[in-house]
Ligand binder design. Structure first.
Ligand SMILES: Nc1ncnc2c1ncn2[C@@H]1O[C@H](COP(=O)(O)OP(=O)(O)O)[C@@H](O)[C@H]1O
Ligand SMILES: [Mg+2]
Length: 331
């Protein structure tokens, strides 16, 4: 786990790039540092692995003050992924991935075994890529190799600075999903920098929103969306925060709060949806007029009732006590 206590950083002795920031990342959680460009996210991240020195306060990783740890030792225990992971151009993909195990003196067999595990974890064919060079790979593939490389020596902590920021939106969504799947298996403690609220609510167990070096709110994605604590956070999260919050709720959550309609109305087109689906997907099917209503089915595929736009709207009003309505969404 990572503790950040009253941490400050000034580069010029006058202005604070990071200003008295405190928060705590529990073991196995992902915390997203979110905020506009220049608000101090990268500075804070790079203080954790001591690429940037701390002006004041304390950071500890796995219950040990980082200042008391040898820098090289510290960095071996912390995977670091940046936007454009500079893979070594003259090394093969396998050599790139095992750079740290190599420095740690692992045997050839151990390194190759680890290479294969990581390629499988990231859904890349180990045989196909083994002898290839970075320039033969697409940007998305290189980024996956960069993540595999950061995981190579199995560090308990990962720092990720806008790791998917250079990818196009479709690829980014795909890699985010893939990374969530990987993280559910490996359960690293992760600090993840983003300037994108959608990415933050998707990737974070908690989100830390910064403004000019100060931590404005540190909360779960759902709390940030439904109860922003300041106009800065509300504006940053955006006018469509109600809609965004729907992606954090399932049809089942709605069923707990409201009753579904009992049966199909005549002449309406209906489509099955699982209780496990999120409400944003449910809404988008209805708004795209793929169906007039949704037939909600449980795990045994039995129908448990009908979901309509107006039920989603009622739910939204219950969850988000704000001015947002679905009118803005439909427009
Ligand atoms: N090496 C540096 N020297 C001087 N100022 C810096 C340096 N790195 C960052 N800054 C300043 O610190 C502030 C925070 O920057 P940064 O941490 O890169 O923000 P973010 O990652 O949120 O965009 C900015 O005002 C930036 O200009
Ligand atoms: Mg940055």
């Amino acid at each position: 786990m990572i503790e950040v206590e009253n941490v400050t950083k000034t580069y010029d002795g006058e202005t604070y790039a990071v200003n008295d920031v405190s928060f705590h990342v529990p073991e196995g959680d992902t915390v997203v540092l979110l905020g506009p460009s220049g608000c101090g996210k990268t500075t804070l991240l790079r203080m954790v692995n001591r690429l940037v020195s701390i002006t004041g306060g304390m950071i500890s990783v796995n219950n040990q003050d980082i200042q008391t740890q040898d820098k090289i030792q510290l960095r071996r225990n912390i995977g670091y992924v940046i936007q454009s992971n500079a893979l070594f151009p003259n090394m093969t993909i396998e050599e790139n991935i095992v750079v740290v195990p190599d420095m740690l003196g692992w045997s050839k067999t151990e390194k190759h075994k680890r290479y294969r595990e990581l390629m499988e974890l990231t859904s890349l064919d180990p045989d196909y890529y083994q002898k290839r060079y970075p320039h033969e790979l697409s940007g998305g593939q290189q980024q996956r190799i960069g993540i595999a490389r950061a995981l190579a020596a199995n560090p308990p902590v990962m720092l990720m600075d806008e790791p998917f920021g250079a990818l196009d939106p479709i690829l980014r969504t795909h890699i985010q999903d893939e990374f969530l799947r990987i993280q559910s298996e490996i359960k690293k403690t992760i600090l993840f920098v983003s300037h994108d609220i959608d990415e933050a609510i998707k990737m974070g167990d908690k989100v830390a929103i910064f403004k000019e070096g100060q931590l404005m709110q540190y909360d779960t994605p759902s709390e940030i969306l439904t109860h922003p604590n300041s106009s800065f956070v509300a504006d940053f999260v955006g006018q469509d925060r109600a809609l965004k919050s729907l992606s954090l709720h399932t049809v089942e959550d709605l069923v707990v709060m409201l009753s579904l309609l009992p049966e199909n109305s005549k002449g309406k087109v209906s489509k099955d949806i699982s209780m496990r689906s999120n409400l944003r997907d449910a809404l988008s099917i209805l708004l795209n007029q793929e169906a007039d209503q949704l037939n909600v089915v449980n795990e045994q595929n039995q129908s448990i009732g009908i979901l309509t736009i107006s039920l989603i709207e009622q739910y939204l009003h219950g969850v988000v006590k704000g001015k947002d309505t679905l009118e803005g969404v439909k427009a």
